[in-house]
Ligand binder design. Structure first.
Ligand code: ZN
Length: 459
């Protein structure tokens, strides 16, 4: 009897609590107090000019208003924070990364593809201000569980999108955790896409490259079948490519996006017209082409405190160690790598000037390509290529969000979008290196741990 009574009173208590939670008063209390950041220069990610002396109003995880002081009403009960002198810009979105291939950024031992490593990497991205990232292939099926857990609010870090396993023929270089599909015929390709589709990858990735002649490209009839079957399943296909001729053939086959620059020769009107006609974007990944010789050359950014602050000293010691430097210097393709970067920069400028859609991505997450810092370095290289700081920032924010289907939900600082943004101590429109002057990172309306805190504490 006693037990029954106790559980009965437990039920009553439960009813009482749920009534309380449902009452209008409780709902009013649960409504988050608006936060207002006022006084900053605001770059909203749409490409519109920056707003000096701005007001940014957040409610919960969203931006509810943004604009010039005086033109935006400040809610009466708001928590108002003065950020005069700072610059606010949307958090970065990386449209070409990889996850779970390294545990510390430099190593590549088998077995790195664990939830723990993937989440560690997502947090690393976020600490550098990359609030959204994509994994363009080489994922294990574990990624879908991690993505689900993130959607349920149980995984922190950069918001993730994934291509799943990916499709490869090229066999020049392999990584220990390589689960890519390798269809040899059109039928096999279609079967592989049908196997992948029920996992709901956000897009499909395929590699159409011979690795400077060291490997074998996916045959045209095989990639045509991948694209056709993917489109039947309403999935877009992005390709790793290098050569202009392949870019043209891929466009003819219906490709949706280029994951790298065209690096063998200058782009021509034909390729640009076709890209524009079908709204096909290009992700330059200039830092990916730079890193192929960066360690051999001991480039200046390796001494950048903002780089050093974010990673395991053992990982930095590994890439800067004599063994790795020598390996880079002895690489017979190093001359081609340098030429490839120069051609990529030249083509980026031409494509941008001709109105082709420029996206933003780095190919970070591959061992020795450091997630987080590489996104800042990519912005710098885009500006070195001749883009304005504003163009580079728009690629990394508004344009990437649009490509990910999120134009109305994230990527820009406009009403209704998720409050993912960076507070900077200096203006990146004056000097793109100022994105490294990171004062705070906000994701979904909250300040998250950032690499800047580590720098000021001297760690
Ligand atoms: Zn990649």
């Amino acid at each position: 009897m006693k037990t029954v009574n106790r559980s009965f009173s437990g039920v009553l208590l439960g009813i009482f609590l749920s009534l309380l939670a449902a009452s209008p008063r409780a709902a009013a209390q649960a409504k988050p107090k608006p936060i207002v950041l006022k006084g900053a220069r605001l770059i909203d990610g749409t490409g519109r000019p920056a707003v000096e002396n701005s007001v940014l109003v957040l409610e919960g995880d969203r931006v509810v208003a943004a604009g010039k002081a005086g033109a935006v009403a400040i809610p009466k009960d708001a928590d108002v924070r003065d950020v005069s002198g700072k610059t606010i810009m949307p958090a970065l979105i990386n449209l070409h990364g990889h996850l779970g291939l390294s545990s510390n950024g430099a190593d590549s031992v088998a077995g790195n593809y664990t939830q723990e490593n993937v989440v560690k990497q997502l947090n690393r991205y976020l600490s550098y201000g990359v609030a959204t990232t994509t994994s363009l292939g080489q994922d294990e099926d574990e990624i879908y569980k991690i993505r689900d857990a993130q959607h349920a609010g149980n995984v922190t870090g950069a918001r993730l999108y994934t291509a799943g396993r990916g499709f490869l023929e090229y066999t020049g270089k392999n990584y220990p955790n390589d689960h890519r599909y390798r269809p040899q015929t059109a039928d096999e390709a279609r079967a592989d896409v049908r196997e992948l589709a029920p996992h709901h990858p956000d897009f499909i990735k395929m590699w159409v490259d011979d690795g400077l002649g060291h490997g074998v490209k996916i045959k045209p009839e095989v990639y045509q079948a991948i694209i056709d079957e993917a489109h039947k399943q309403h999935i877009r296909v992005f390709a790793h490519e290098y050569y202009l001729a392949d870019a043209k053939a891929l466009l003819a086959a219906g490709l949706d996006g280029f994951a790298h620059s065209i690096r063998d020769q200058a782009v021509d009107q034909d390729v640009m017209q076709k890209m524009k006609a079908r709204n096909v974007f290009l992700i330059p990944t200039l830092v990916r082409d730079e890193v192929l010789f960066a360690y051999a050359d001991n480039l200046k950014w390796l001494d950048d405190p903002f780089f050093k602050a974010g990673y395991d000293p053992a990982a930095i010691a590994m890439v800067r160690g004599p063994e790795n430097v020598e390996k880079g210097r002895r690489d017979p393709d190093i001359v081609k790598y340098r030429a490839g970067l120069e051609m990529a920069k030249k083509n980026l400028k031409t494509l941008s000037d001709n109105g082709v859609k420029i996206a933003f991505g780095t190919d970070s997450g591959i061992p020795t390509r450091f997630p987080g810092y590489f996104e800042h370095r990519e912005l710098q290289l885009m500006v070195e290529a001749g883009l304005t700081s504003m163009q580079a920032i728009v690629a990394a924010t508004g344009t990437n969000a649009e490509i990910l289907g999120g134009a109305r939900t994230f990527g820009t600082l406009q009403p209704g979008r998720r409050a993912d943004f960076l507070v900077l101590d200096a203006n990146p429109l004056d000097d793109i290196h100022n994105t490294e002057k990171l004062s705070a990172v906000w994701q979904s309306g909250k300040i998250v741990p950032s690499v800047s805190a580590k720098m000021t504490s001297g760690n």
